[in-house]
Design a protein around this ligand. Structure first.
Ligand SMILES: C[S@@+](CC[C@H](N)C(=O)[O-])C[C@H]1O[C@@H](n2cnc3c(N)ncnc32)[C@H](O)[C@@H]1O
Length: 234
């Protein structure tokens, strides 16, 4: 993907998610994200220094259970005066985590990976690899990467691969929401293994009656997506 296309994708993400109170309210109110709030809090509680990549201003967990949080996103995404005291915001990309951000005992990617799209499926896979490699650089010795991601079954992935190019073109042109690409849980697990992560744990989270798809509240029963939490150590 050339620089202009990358900037367009980043701009679409910023335009949709930055200070998007509707999105943030949906995260606070929809049952699936309330379940996730408790699940994520349970996993990250007791962390000393946590990097939340692609926080989107929504921090879907109890921020008081962590000593210090750095939120990294393509823009600040939320008014600085409305963030908890232990959160500091940084601007940058999951695909090139700034060098100064290192020594984190926990790194969190919540609903980030499906947004790291390129021009085609190979570039999407490259971006998946890249963000996982980048997280390794920013983790402390024995640090943990936690990925909370919307995954799809293999049959759906095979369809998604075929339709990605035309649908992402149309979404870019006609929708406010940025294009997305969802992986199977096996692809994400394999990527963690290939990048040398250990103790990989994959947990399917119970979903509520509703879920967001392209930013729209949708009955969960009508979508093939599964919400998965991966945790892995370096
Ligand atoms: C679906 S939102 C998730 C927000 C939040 N983590 C949550 O679960 O509610 C995706 C977020 O990823 C961010 N994002 C997209 N591409 C990114 C990139 N290359 N680097 C960092 N953040 C990115 C978007 O700006 C957006 O805030």
């Amino acid at each position: 993907m050339n620089e202009t296309d990358k900037q367009n994708i980043n701009k679409k993400n910023i335009d949709f998610f930055s200070k998007n109170l509707n999105y943030q309210n949906n995260i606070n109110q929809i049952d699936t994200y309330k379940i996730l709030y408790n699940e994520i809090t349970e996993i990250i509680k007791g962390s000393d220094l946590l990097l939340d990549v692609g926080h989107g201003g929504s921090f879907d967990y109890d921020t008081t259970k962590v000593n210090k949080i750095v939120g990294l996103d393509l823009d600040e995404m939320i008014e600085k005066n409305s963030i908890p005291k232990n959160v500091k915001l940084e601007i940058g990309s999951a695909l090139k985590i700034p060098e100064k951000l290192n020594n984190f005992d926990t790194i969190l990617f919540v609903m980030l990976i499906h947004h790291l799209v390129g021009k085609n499926v190979n570039e999407n896979i490259d971006n998946l690899n890249r963000c996982i490699r980048q997280s390794k650089k920013a983790l402390s010795k024995n640090g943990r990467l936690i990925i909370v991601e919307s995954c799809v079954p293999k049959w759906f992935y095979n369809i998604e691969k075929v339709v990605f190019k035309p649908t992402s073109y149309l979404i870019n042109k006609f929708m406010k929401h940025p294009p997305a690409f969802q992986f199977t849980k096996e692809i994400i697990s394999d990527c963690l293994i290939r990048n040398g992560f250990k103790n990989i744990n994959v947990k399917k989270v119970k979903q509520g009656k509703f879920i967001l798809q392209y930013g729209i509240k949708f009955p969960t029963i009508l979508t093939p997506v599964e919400t998965i939490i991966f945790s892995a150590n370096i």
